[in-house]
Design a protein. Sequence first.
Length: 168
Amino acid sequence: MSPIGTCLEIGILHRSTLRSTRWLKSGDGKRYNRSGYNGINRFWNADSNMPCNQPPWGRLFAINVNTGDIAWQTTLGITEDLPKDKQKTGRANIGGSVATAGGLVFIGATDDSRFRAFDSKTGKELWVTKIDAGAHSAPITFQGKGGKQYVVITATGGRISWRQEPIR
């Protein structure tokens, strides 16, 4: 389970999710292996690296910790191989978020190699940058000597579960 970002000032918990269908075989009889938890497999199209279910595949949720209600949700990640107007699919993600007292939520996590900042109250994406590798970790924040706040994330790449080759 990925770390969860919380913003205690407004009573919100932020959590990224991955939604994919779990199958052992595709319609044509080919087997696909995820090497997953307890033998659970996820089906994806090995040629396109996309799951075979309706997007959004990756999302970021904000949950009100006092009521359990979803305060907001947004798609997390893009699929660059699709036409521009269809890219906002959400992507596979493993990694947590960090929320700041200033009302920002930072998250890497996705396999589209992006680092993003969201408004913690509305879920609006405020900032995004492409990075050299996937950031499948949780960001951290710290205050420097001069009082300036910094946010950093480890980005080493690697593979996310549905980017494996099918078993033949």
